[in-house]
Design a binder for this molecule. Structure first.
Ligand SMILES: Cc1cc2nc3c(=O)[nH]c(=O)nc-3n(C[C@H](O)[C@H](O)[C@H](O)COP(=O)(O)OP(=O)(O)OC[C@H]3O[C@@H](n4cnc5c(N)ncnc54)[C@H](O)[C@@H]3O)c2cc1C
Length: 366
């Protein structure tokens, strides 16, 4: 079968790209060996918090701010086109300092991010506004942050893409090679050809054999996420502590994440992971010990050696485009990734971000 664009991987990234391409009238086919969103994406807390996640990383902060700015319109379009609800709320983040040093650090951070509304709350003020909190040394509130339900988002992206004409097939890509002016993708159920192939296979991207190029070395970083039933004072905002974060869902339950573990392709939940997250959550919310334990989810985040996304056309293999390595921020960065990849495929528009994030940055001089 021959298609204009083939997307390998139906996680939050591959489905976002499919959704954007079909909205622009480009026919595409998505292949995955699992259901859409069945890998890292299903474990995600869905936080949209660039000013927290981007503290130490210039390019990441910039990408996160750009993507967050697209979110209102992205979700509105998806719910309209897919006809599915997506839980999405800009409830803000409250970064908690448990000691004086951390409080001083957070206050300095808030002064640095000029132009962003951020409010410092002293301990009494923070606890008056958020009575469920335990003993703290202060907190930094950033109202622009929020979260989206990652599974619902991915399902809506996939549904909108299908309504726009995209096809989804369950199969596994094993090799990509050039054949004349098209790319040939060998899968577990046969070969497909396409003018462009978007590689959005998450942590598994490096397993695919690409003849004539080298796949960036992605590593899996395990994350465990708890789902708790909560009956204490309502939690109105995302709480971000030194060892965990807590995301309040509209049904009153809480997500508590996440471990960051370098254990290879091991997708098991562990007793130690659950214990560490419960300890950290209950340091912030002492009432957490009375919560109901609903579930634990596990995902493998795709991380490049420099922890930045891998985005843009492959210089060694024309037609191959990378959209992976989103590590801890794939949900936040999905709308921007979709836009940049579609801009390249439709108009060959090269976003300035590609200069930093391009896939060949790991192979200079090879
Ligand atoms: C516990 C946890 C919490 C997180 N919290 C957040 C958060 O709050 N905010 C945020 O922005 N991000 C968060 N993340 C990160 C986010 O989930 C990831 O960055 C994102 O899901 C990556 O999406 P992806 O589509 O690249 O990968 P995946 O979701 O892993 O999708 C890749 C897809 O490719 C398929 N695939 C792989 N190999 C092949 C092949 N050879 N052929 C066909 N298909 C293939 C897989 O089956 C899979 O469906 C979190 C992650 C974890 C684990």
């Amino acid at each position: 079968m021959s298609v204009p664009v083939l997307i390998v991987g139906a996680g939050v990234i591959g489905t976002a790209v499919a959704c954007e391409l079909t909205a622009r009238g480009v026919a595409c086919t998505v292949i995955d060996e699992r259901d859409a969103g069945g890998r890292a994406t299903q474990a995600s807390a869905g936080m949209l918090a660039p000013y927290v996640e981007g503290h130490e990383n210039g390019p990441l902060l910039d990408l996160g701010i750009r993507s967050l700015a697209l979110y209102d319109e992205w979700v509105a379009r998806l719910t309209r086109d897919a006809g599915l609800d997506v839980e999405y709320r800009r409830v803000g983040t409250l970064e908690i300092a448990l000691d004086a040093d951390h409080a001083a650090q957070l206050r300095a951070t808030s002064a640095r991010d000029a132009g962003v509304t951020r409010t410092w709350l002293d301990p009494a003020d923070a606890r008056a506004r958020h009575p469920a909190l335990g003993s703290i040394a202060g907190a930094l509130f950033t109202p622009t942050h929020g979260y989206v339900a990652a599974r619902q988002l991915t399902a809506a992206q996939a549904a909108a893409a299908v309504k726009g004409g995209a096809a989804f097939h369950r199969t596994r890509a094993t090799r990509i090679e050039r054949g004349g002016d098209v790319l040939r993708v060998i899968t577990s159920t046969g070969a497909l050809t396409a003018r462009s192939v978007v590689l959005a296979a998450g942590a598994w991207g490096s397993d695919i054999d690409v003849a004539g190029s080298s796949i960036p070395p992605l590593r899996p970083v395990r994350g465990q996420l708890l789902h708790l039933g909560w009956r204490g004072h309502p939690i109105e905002t995302i709480i971000w502590g030194p060892e965990c974060y807590i995301v309040p869902r509209t049904d009153g339950s809480l997500l508590v994440g996440a471990t960051v573990e370098d254990v290879g392709f091991d997708e098991r939940a562990t007793a130690a992971g659950v214990r560490d997250l419960l300890d950290a959550a209950c340091d912030l919310l002492p009432g957490g010990w009375g919560a109901t334990f609903l579930s634990v989810n596990v995902g493998l985040r795709p991380a490049a050696p420099d922890d930045l996304p891998v985005l843009g056309p492959d210089e060694r293999m024309p037609g191959l485009i990378h959209a992976s390595g989103h590590y801890r921020n794939g949900v936040l960065l999905a709308p921007l990734t979709a836009r940049l990849i579609a801009d390249w495929i439709v108009d060959e528009k090269r976003d300035p971000a590609f200069a930093v994030l391009h896939p060949n940055r790991f192979f200079r001089g090879v």
